[in-house]
Design a protein around this ligand. Sequence first.
Ligand code: SF4
Ligand code: MG
Length: 325
Amino acid sequence: MTAILDVRDLKIYYKTPVGYVKAVDGVSFDVKEGEVFGIAGESGCGKSTLVHSLILRKPPMVHMGGEALFKGRDLMKLSKEEERRIKYTELSIIPQYAMNALNPTKKIKDIVWDLAREHGAEDRREVEKLLRERLRMVKLSEKVADMYPVELSGGMRQRATMVVSTLMNPDLLIADEVTSALDVTTQRVVLELLHYFMAEGIVKSIIFVTHDLALLDKIADRVMILYAGKVAEIGPTEEIINSPGHPYTSLLLESLPKIGVHYKQTKLRGIPGYPISLLNPPSGCRFYPRCPYGMEICQHVEPKLSAVDDGHLVACHLHGGESNE
Ligand code: SF4
Ligand code: MG
């Protein structure tokens, strides 16, 4: 499969009065055409920063190095005009708080028309026809087109936002924590819709960002686990879930409630400690302060990603990978 997005050694920092926060610090991965690529980790691991830097980069976010080749073009080098042009048409994002993302003062059809016109559409009737068709596809009434976002329930607004984000058939759709504020039933609807967008060829690939590994099992072909701005592990979802290679992934998985077991009988094992400060991250493995298996070497030598299986890479000295130093 060809890669639609190829990210190499990307560094995205935040400029603050006390120095740079190294939110994304040398991350590499690719997203293939036709796949759902999951990105997971605790809040603050850099996953939102990473995906937002691809299309919505603005101060205090600073690109410090590396590249993100999208269909051959480096997203880090696009002009504001080029960025505006590809947004929605080639690369689209459903934001984290999708339910509140739509302009409350405009009807859905006007929001969509503004967007389409900005991208060169001329025939308003055509655009509205497509909107109504897509609303029906996601099992919303066509009447939603004539409504204001505030007139819709949370779940309906979520679906309407998904229709708006995908109306121009973007090649790559980024879904950033789109399910986190939703109840389980609405979550399921959102996952079904994403599958449907792929199956219908409305989008070619999806990056699905979440802190919930259990969801990735339902949607992602491959998963990347981020910890403190670095890739901890990357590989096929099934393998990551069934035989995680990084201690952090194992702990994340252990902290999930078990299906079919009453919550009172499950001992949720949180991960002890807190993520390190990304202002002055220590040398060596960033997970060392919280890792139950930390060794001498982990304190001062940064583990490099190395293959433990076909397409399964882990950055941990337990796997005897070479070091970065
Ligand atoms: Fe733990 Fe060392 Fe592996 Fe880091 S490199 S996750 S500290 S064992
Ligand atoms: Mg986030």
